[in-house]
Design a protein around this ligand. Structure first.
Ligand SMILES: Cc1ncc(COP(=O)(O)O)c(C=O)c1O
Length: 400
């Protein structure tokens, strides 16, 4: 029995069944490549779902984590650390925000946003929290309650009181806001888990204008889109120009593989969470903060936001140039792209790609998500194209 098959069998015995059968057992990575337990090599165009911004085992990440672990890994939030303060200052600078709350994951960053919304609502007589149909904000009960995917919510009903989803349509949003009871609207600038789907043109800017007019907060979920992935530091900067949201949730890429999340709040919203309102044992601990500082610092130093824009445009063109009759559209921005398929064969395409040594993700029945590390260049694109072409062709010929 192969090492992979042995570990898959052991996994199946002891792990809860939340993730299904793992497609491979990975043991090592370097740059945009990973290796499995049997020594097979893969080109990684998923990066842990938009997480490994610097790729695998980047020296800046390795040195920061090892160095901080050997110095001071964790202290309670009764104390401050230089790494944490530096990271908060960096996030304030990069977003134009005012104050930061650190969490350990995306869903926790959203929970902080939900609490912010409730505090704003309590102060202004508004209780309802709106989000968009098709959206994904996380799996904890608050984040799940604002996730616009009924199939994920139904097993755990009832959802948090005073939450509702609305179509990504400005007239529909305005109709909801006009009721005068909405505390906040949560929006992903690009819907990642929906298969990397763009919002209608001008939606975020329109939502900013409407929420401001009706006294509701605009909370932007940049957990998947943030930290340079879309070719801007944050996608709201592309969509709002000089406009600002009231809060931004982030995680994934900011830690480059170290679990960390953050909620950055702007203006009056930054003053809402006060002593005793929220907390976290691990949130923003020195180890996580040092990792995030190293990752964001390297993104800045190496110009990886610009690289995401340039390589993203090249990747989009390369996918369209394959000319597969299966490909209907490419959405997203920078190095977060969703490839639409004419038939519900995304799982098949991903399987065919994996068999050929390429990791891509079926994000929905007929959408493939591409989210490679931000460090990729021509060599990685050149490796991707023939493998993805072959995977599409195999699924086209025999869709079963
Ligand atoms: C837009 C968005 N929000 C929230 C989450 C939840 O983040 P986490 O899995 O870190 O809890 C995700 C994860 O995929 C996401 O893409």
């Amino acid at each position: 029995m192969s090492e992979t098959a042995t570990l898959q069998e052991r996994y199946a015995r002891v792990m809860m069944r939340t993730f299904g059968t793992p497609q491979a057992v990975l043991v090592r990575g370097e740059g945009a490549r990973v290796w499995d337990a049997d020594g097979r090599e893969y080109v990684d165009f998923l990066a842990g779902i938009a997480v490994n911004a610097l790729g695998h085992a980047h020296p800046a990440f390795v040195d920061a984590v090892a160095g901080q672990a050997a110095t001071l890994a964790h202290v309670s939030n009764y104390f401050a650390t230089p790494a944490q303060v530096v990271l908060a200052e960096r996030l304030v600078r990069l977003t134009g925000g005012d104050r930061v709350f650190f969490a350990n994951s995306g869903t926790e960053a959203i929970e902080a946003g939900v609490k912010l919304a409730r505090l704003h609502g309590a102060a202004t007589g508004r209780a309802r929290i709106l989000s968009l149909s098709g959206s994904f904000h996380g799996r904890t009960m608050g984040a799940l309650s604002i996730t616009g995917k009924p199939a994920l919510q139904e097993p755990f009903a009832p959802m948090l009181a005073g939450t509702a989803q609305v179509a990504p349509d400005l007239a529909a949003v305005e109709a909801e806001l006009a009721a005068g009871d909405v505390a906040a609207l949560f929006v992903e600038p690009i819907q990642g888990e929906a298969g990397v789907v763009d919002l209608p043109d001008g939606f975020l800017a329109g939502a900013r204008e409407l929420t401001a007019r009706h006294g509701a907060l605009l909370v932007v979920d940049e957990i998947q889109t943030g930290a340079g992935r879309t070719g801007d530091w944050f996608a709201f900067q592309r969509d709002l120009g000089h406009g600002l949201p009231d809060a931004v949730a982030m995680a994934k890429g900011m830690g480059g593989g170290f679990p960390i999340g953050a909620l950055v709040a702007f203006g009056a919203a930054a003053e809402l969470l006060g002593p005793g309102h929220h907390g976290s044992t691990f949130g923003g601990n020195p180890l996580a903060a040092a990792a995030a500082n190293a990752v964001l610092g390297e993104i800045e130093r190496a110009g990886l936001v610009e690289n995401a824009r340039v390589q993203g445009a090249a990747l989009r063109e390369a996918v369209l140039a394959i000319g597969s009759p299966l490909v209907t559209d490419v959405q997203g921005a920078g190095l977060l792209l969703g490839v639409g398929l004419a038939r519900p064969v995304a799982a098949r395409v991903a399987r065919e790609a994996l068999e050929r040594g390429l990791i891509v993700n079926a994000a929905g029945e007929s959408r493939i998500r591409l989210a490679p590390p931000l460090i990729i260049g021509e060599a990685e694109l050149a490796a991707f194209v023939p493998l993805f072409t072959a995977a599409l062709a195999a699924a086209q010929k025999d869709p079963a």
